[in-house]
Design a protein around this ligand. Structure first.
Ligand code: CA
Length: 236
């Protein structure tokens, strides 16, 4: 007799989508790919559910009670730092940039193929789970990264980072003392097809500075090298 094996889901995913047909299709395909999926229909519900241990959020832009980007901004301002992928029906470039600027980790225009969605989720989960060996702790001055638990500490205080912010900071810290170019940094976070528009990188850098610098206008950790990139000096 073959017993169905109860396996742990790969991750718990919150699907925020008001169109019930679309939500059902997405939940089915996530479940088939080994994830646990829960669907909610409104921005208010999303904000209530986001805090409940979801590993990743798929967020439709057009919701009945508020714009998905509003949900994104409110979630980030309340320090919910799990990865979020924005799903949009409009597919305009400005939407994409706005979503990434507001703290989304990726953006997908409808219609998308199931393979595409699952590939994006896997890519983000790799970014979240990736940790270098053998060193699991990176320390530069009063900045500390626990790479096993993916937690950052500044002056002894824990700071919440989104996966994108974490990836940027980790790359800069691994290269502390050296200038990292915009291109290299973008490639390390978003991969080979990152393009050469660095607006989203800049916005993430600015958010990181607000979180880790004493004065974000006078950064001593993430220092700009004009027209080249950034570096973290060993000494302030
Ligand atoms: Ca919708």
């Amino acid at each position: 007799m073959v017993m169905a094996e109860a396996t742990e889901p790969l991750a718990r995913i919150l699907v925020v989508e008001d169109e019930s047909d679309t939500a059902e299709v997405i939940c089915d395909l996530l479940q088939n790919a080994g994830y646990e999926a829960t669907a909610v229909e409104s921005g208010e519900e999303a904000l209530q559910y986001i805090g409940q241990n979801y590993d990743l959020v798929l967020l439709d832009i057009k919701l009945p009670d508020m714009n998905g980007l509003e949900v994104l901004r409110r979630a980030r301002s309340e320090s919910y730092d799990q990865p979020m992928i924005v799903l949009s029906g409009y597919g305009t470039g400005s939407d994409r940039v706005a979503a990434l600027e507001d703290g989304a980790d990726d953006y997908l225009s409808k219609p998308f193929s199931p393979e595409e969605l699952v590939a994006r989720i896997r890519a983000i989960r790799r970014r979240v789970e990736w940790s270098p060996r053998p060193s699991t702790r990176l320390v530069v001055r009063e900045l500390e990264l626990d790479m096993t638990r993916r937690i950052a500490f500044v002056r002894g205080q824990r700071v919440n980072l989104t996966p994108t912010e974490y990836a940027i900071l980790a790359h800069l810290m691994r290269n502390a003392g050296n200038v990292v170019t915009h291109k290299e940094l973008s490639r390390s976070v978003w991969g080979e097809n990152c393009g050469s528009d660095y607006r989203v990188l800049r916005v993430n850098i600015s958010r990181l500075r607000q979180k880790i610098e004493e004065k974000d206008r006078e950064p001593t950790y993430i220092v700009t090298v004009p027209n080249v990139g950034y570096y973290i000096p060993f000494k302030r």
